[in-house]
Design a protein around this ligand. Sequence first.
Ligand code: UDP
Ligand code: MN
Length: 647
Amino acid sequence: MRLWGRATAVRRKMLCLWLLLLGFTLVTLALSDLFNNRRWDHSHQRPAPPRRPLQRIHNAPDLEVFVDSRDPALELGVDLAPLKSLQEDQLLFVPSAQGTKNPAQRKGSYKVLLPGANKDSNPPAPPTQGEMGKVARLQFEGDVEFSAFQKYGFNEVVSERISLHRRLPEARHPECLGEQYSESLPSASVVICFHDEAWSTLLRTVHSVLDTAPKQYLQEVLLVDDLSHHGHMKSVLSEYVSHLEGVRLIRSTKRLGVGGCRTLGAARAAGEVLVFMDSHCECQKGWLEPLLERVAQDRTRVVSPIMDAIDWQTFQYNATRWPVRGVFDWRLDFHWESNPQLQDKDPDSAVRPVQSPALGGGVVAVDRHFFQSVGAYDPGMLLWGVEQIELSIRVWSCGGTMEVVPCSRVAHLDHHHLPYRFPEEQLQRNKIRIADIWMDAYRKIFYRRDTLAHFIRQSENPNITERLWLKRSLGCRNFHWYLMTVYPQLYIPQDRPMLSGELYNVGTGSCADYPRGLGPKGGAMNAALCSGTGSQHCDLNSEFEVRWGPMGALCLDASGERVILSPCPRHRPTTSRLQWKFIKLSGQLVHQQSQLCLEVVKEGALTQSSLREVNGHSKTGGLFLRPCTHHPRQQWHFEQLVAPKGA
Ligand code: UDP
Ligand code: MN
């Protein structure tokens, strides 16, 4: 029994030992398999890029990625690997035979082929400098050309053919070439915001700055991506920029719009002077120094170069005539005004800056501290439009000045249409902010000329508390001061009830109309469908002029029996040819010089050529002077679309 018992105990021990051994072996095998598998996995993966955590900048939640050319190894994030981006938008980058080591040096070494383009064909040779002026107007025959034009609002195919380093023909006044500038100018950060800009125009802007700005004054070129969607704006751009010395790229994770994007750039910029520049510009030699000099002399000065134009179709460079200054009208639309009367007889006037009631957004230079202290761009202004008018009124009203510097020239690509869409009301909302924050009682003049803005304002209350507080705390002057001191040339409409509004014709049910496309010099008046938008607003003033247009600078005039618009005289008293008397009882508008009445002459009586649709308005007749009768086609009402009390 005992023997049997001892043998059983030994067998049990042996069994346990075997089981333990088996367990150990299994565990070892499983572990080694696991490790082996891992190794296998790795061998099938691309080596992980040297990843650096995305650099988040404190207190700037809008920032996503920060790429610095001084550290080319800085990673873009795995999800932004170049290969993926190429797949996303199917852009094909063909490196040139010259090699790709230093993109700053290689001229036109990358060619972007759009989907559908014939990949086998050789890219057309870029035109030489001499040929540039002769680039033929492009016929939009191929689909590629047309879709690129639609996408960008300009002829991107021609832009692709032009060197990223093209030099502009000299357009500066000869006296500018001898100008001397201080040797200790402040440093500049050129801030370039972009949203879905074309590759060629964006890179030409960057290279143009690098090629023309003296190194000792150029702190950096700061590219700010305002949430572009196009694939080439992503990692390929980051990669390209990382090779350019002195160029940085930051990206916003939120669409900020022009003003918001520039404010973000300003917060990240290190230079003493900020130069905001559109993402489709080309700089003339020597453009930076005169701007920096003016800002250095007075830190409250905000300055702009003469903005030359690049043709959206041919990319031809067109120099703007000096003198020129920035202005805006009562619909709050901005214009460059080339006005020879601004120039006095002084021989220095070709090189002397001219004060400007407003500056465009294309290029504007401002001291960084002054920009911040005057309230940067209004953060309530979204997407696009009138942020430059708001900045202009604020700078002038709150202690600064603005001027155009003639020895500095930068060309801006004038689009055929904006390359992005946004609701029309957004522009009106931005305008409403200007009206309500800055224009005091004068805002009524704006609302009468922009009825869409008026109706939006009726149903919405913009939050402007902070900006009003800023205005008060900076001790800014009122709009009356601005009009009297800075922009006295702007006509102030009288907008009296019964004597202002749309000029409605009883006989035809249409309104007096001047097609906008005919420009500021004037032309023949028509009757057309009443727009109801404020675009046909006019006022009969105490001088008996009928003032027309958003500037009120055109006057109802007569050329023979044809009623036309012509520029109003600058000096008083006005001539009797421009004077009209409105007889309220009969509705007749009597031309004072001829004593004839304003009448709509219906289409049948017009010549064939004058029957064409003008500017989309279906014209119902022309305006003529006729002997006065009581015919309804001589009966007029001034119809105010906005109640006299205003908004
Ligand atoms: N832009 C931007 N965010 C936007 C809209 C525009 O950063 O939401 C950029 C745009 O790429 C350009 C500048 O702001 O560099 C001014 O816009 P744009 O040139 O379209 O306006 P325009 O010159 O026609 O007034
Ligand atoms: Mn632009």
